[in-house]
Design a protein around this ligand. Structure first.
Ligand SMILES: Cc1cc2nc3c(=O)[nH]c(=O)nc-3n(C[C@H](O)[C@H](O)[C@H](O)COP(=O)(O)O)c2cc1C
Length: 233
């Protein structure tokens, strides 16, 4: 038999995306600790392709205000009218098959929890906008990579991101990784002073979960092992 209550198993299994946070600040020393432990992530030839903009206090608020203003300017208008276009495809151009179903399910489940009807575009937009306030988390993380890096470095990046979420969880903190920021890379780059080669990867909200918030009770499914494993014995 094997141990099922190991701290890592618990941290990995209990991590989930949190979309409502308490205003309670995160101690700077704890944040630094989480980031330094997470930076032990492996990377091909130890390139360590990650760079993190850590936003708290007024710095966080300035970014939230700048991006929310742009969100509000174009909300409800056709996407073709918005100058805010992602620099890379995080998702497939068109969702298909099981991926389409899974994407729909998470959206509907979240909206159902919050009592948002399938046609209620205004409340859906309001919920989406919460991304751009880091769901009220006191810490916002904006991750960038040098755009000259190869696909492999993006693989390394995922390991770094996952480390942050797991280490944070083990310290009683919660997170929400956020691709939502990618559309606003120009606004963000200007606000945070990105270098010429600096490309936005994603954002992340980090803080203490509001356990009373309905959205934080969302439980997501995973496919069973036989659906993802191909055995060759
Ligand atoms: C890189 C990445 C980007 C994501 N972007 C968003 C986002 O912009 N907004 C959001 O609410 N959730 C976002 N998510 C969270 C996913 O919806 C979530 O991980 C998935 O539904 C599984 O749920 P769980 O994290 O609670 O296990 C993102 C997840 C990842 C890994």
């Amino acid at each position: 038999m094997f141990e099922t209550s190991l701290a890592t198993d618990v941290a990995v299994s209990s991590r989930h995306s949190v979309r409502a946070f308490l205003p309670k600040p995160v101690e700077q020393a704890l944040l630094d600790h989480i980031l330094s432990v997470s930076a032990r992530a492996p990377s091909g030839t130890n390139l360590q392709p990650w760079r993190v903009h850590v936003l708290t206090g007024a710095g966080r608020q300035r970014l939230v205000d700048a991006v929310c203003a742009e969100f509000d300017r174009y909300v409800g208008r056709p996407p073709s009218e918005s100058p805010h276009v992602a620099e890379y495809d995080y998702y497939p151009r068109e969702f298909f098959g099981v991926y389409k179903d899974r994407r729909r399910k998470i959206g509907f489940d979240l909206y159902a929890l919050l009592g948002i009807g399938k046609e209620d575009k205004a409340r859906m937009a309001h919920q989406h906008r919460r991304n751009y306030a880091f769901f009220d988390a006191p810490v916002g993380l904006i991750f960038t990579i040098d755009r000259r890096m190869g696909k492999g470095s993006w693989l390394d990046y995922g390991m770094f991101l996952q480390n942050i979420m797991i280490v944070a969880k083990a310290h009683g903190l919660d997170t929400c990784p956020q691709a939502a920021w990618v559309e606003y890379h120009r606004v963000i780059g200007k606000q945070l002073g990105f270098g010429e080669q600096e490309q936005l990867v994603c954002g992340m909200a980090l803080g203490y979960a509001d356990s009373a918030a309905l959205e934080n009770t969302l439980v997501t499914e995973r496919v069973s092992l036989p659906e993802l494993v191909v055995r060759h014995d």
